[in-house]
Design a protein around this ligand. Sequence first.
Ligand SMILES: Cc1cc2nc3c(=O)[nH]c(=O)nc-3n(C[C@H](O)[C@H](O)[C@H](O)COP(=O)(O)OP(=O)(O)OC[C@H]3O[C@@H](n4cnc5c(N)ncnc54)[C@H](O)[C@@H]3O)c2cc1C
Length: 463
Amino acid sequence: MGGFMERHEAVIEALRLRLPADRIVLSAREVSAASSDQSDLRPVRPLCVVRPRHVDEVQRLVQVAIEFRIPLTPRGAGTGLEGACIPSPGAVVVDFTAMDDVHEVLPEERRVTVGPGIVYQHLNRLLSAHGLFFPPSPGGSADAATIGGMVSTDASGIYALRYGGTRPWVLALEAVTGTGEVLRLGRAVPKTSSGYDLKDLFVGSEGTLGLITRVTLRLAPLPLDRRQAGFAFERIEHACAAASWMAAFIPELAAVELCDADTIALLRSRRGHGSLPAGHCLLVEVHGRAQDCEDGIRSAIEVARDHGGTPLPADLRDPLDLRHWTTRRIRESAEPLGVMRTDCAVPLTHLARFVADAKRLAQEHARTLYVFGHVGLGIVHALMPLAGPGAWTMEQALAEKRRLALEAVSLGGTVSGEHGIGLGNRDLLAAEHPGALPYMRGLKTLFDPHGVLNPDKVLPTDL
Ligand SMILES: Cc1cc2nc3c(=O)[nH]c(=O)nc-3n(C[C@H](O)[C@H](O)[C@H](O)COP(=O)(O)OP(=O)(O)OC[C@H]3O[C@@H](n4cnc5c(N)ncnc54)[C@H](O)[C@@H]3O)c2cc1C
């Protein structure tokens, strides 16, 4: 114990020598707030939090980490859902929220350079004055998630169907590696064929290869017009089949989201959503000129009708607003233990069967399985409550999470469509990438030879 305290003091002392005093956060409240993310995985209290403001401070922090062999756990807003920013034991949390500057906006080039701590929604509010936006919206966490967190998880969201996830919008980034070196990757042009693309490797690397200190993003023009619609279905496989058709054949489609009947039943209790019918719902948004939007909605109505869907009541003016509340509402309903979740993705041809089988199995065992997600991309969020009606035991939930992920992989899909690997999906990575894992380990060693960057995340320990 004495040794631990002495080491703790020595690390804090070294940080004080290298960084301005106000960057080092020791208050019990703030250290405790940095112990968890929005998953229900076990919190781990870090040694302290450091809130850098400049890249050279991040470099000095990495030097201290190397000297004392302490893990660094980067953190944006902590809205991640797989434990990727839960501190490693004894870690210093690197909180990037103070590095939230807008360094440069170039509307004529549809380009912006920002600090990693800027919040997604805040950035888009600023960009709207130029008629531009950064499209991959992380839905219910849009008002908190940072650009650094989004880049590090390759986040996507409701509009990824039309615009893709975060990766294609990242033109360049600056990162401090595990040796303390500053790397500037990518260029300020939309396309390059120059050498290995290390910038894309950092996107989605969950803070395990480098600490991102600056990001240059490509931007899209705001849609000229947008319209939404919603449809209810008696059978979930019909809703999924309709979503697959819409995704394939309606070019104006920007989003098609599924909320199953159990999720809808929870949402119905919210103010303004009382008129929701029983059944599984598809929520649709189209972007384009006014006429395009009209055509897109007309096509969506036809496809829904062909699959047995009926339009949602007209008083639901903003059907996609429902999706904003799903994750939070389900989690609240499962207090105090929360949920076990998966966010696997399957090819669209397998979507209807995959979802219907999962629902049927849960029903046969009298357990509740909430299913929703960006089904136009095959991304299925399946949430298992660990408390409340139809609760799963931890053991049952872990087994089902594994079963769903392995099934997704066997169908050609992935264990994580957007939330990342973090801690929660680490044991599943080998099933998806048996041949690539040694190369991933080699890359980790190359960029982080001392193993100080978010060390126990992404890669399984038993490799
Ligand atoms: C209600 C709700 C809805 C959500 N909906 C979606 C959705 O639709 N789509 C989606 O993709 N996600 C969604 N998420 C998950 C989450 O919001 C995203 O993963 C988001 O990108 C995380 O951003 P963050 O700033 O909170 O990052 P954090 O959770 O703080 O960190 C995420 C990862 O990024 C790393 N990291 C953060 N900053 C840096 C940096 N500067 N350098 C290096 N590594 C860094 C962390 O170490 C960690 O590995 C949702 C979450 C909630 C709570």
